[in-house]
Design a protein around this ligand. Sequence first.
Ligand code: GDP
Ligand code: MG
Length: 174
Amino acid sequence: MVKYNIVVLGGGGVGKSAITLSFTRNQFVEEYDPTIEDCYCKTCTIDNVECNLDITDTAGQEEYRGLFGDKFMRQGDGFICVYSITAKESLDELGPIRDQIHRAKEYGPCPIIILGNKSDLHQFRQVTYEEGHAFARQSNALFLETSAKDRINIDEAFQNLVMEIRRQAALSSA
Ligand code: GDP
Ligand code: MG
């Protein structure tokens, strides 16, 4: 079975661990220890083809600097870049992260989905849908708003990313 390495990146507290756990274990955790690196696996059928997802949930952005981060990024087949719709600065943090991914992948194929998480907290919204979408478009990435808490668009995020990984792989082998 094909295995895809998926790396979840973004600033602290945006919901990387919550998204990963919501997807792999169908559970929402209010308090979750920050982790440097944690690995989760899940087998799923996407577009009628089974695959194994190996998901790396990373800690805050400061950890990504230097070779440590580049290693994850080179090994990633696809990237989930998360910000919180309740924190404008968390979207700003994704620019340098996206650039680091592109560098690590030597400007070759690099499937990315940008997630505006915590969409359930609309009363605290600081980033509009359009702002998130525009950032994704200029990054050549897919985009969804998600709620790990209400489990909205979580499966879709992983499915769309895997379909994009396959699409880009088919293009580059053509
Ligand atoms: P990480 O540092 O990016 O891994 O963030 P966590 O997954 O640890 O989440 C940080 C905090 O935000 C925790 O208290 C979570 O319960 C909360 N959180 C994560 N996702 C959501 C969400 O979709 N909605 C709400 N309301 N809270 C969330
Ligand atoms: Mg975490």
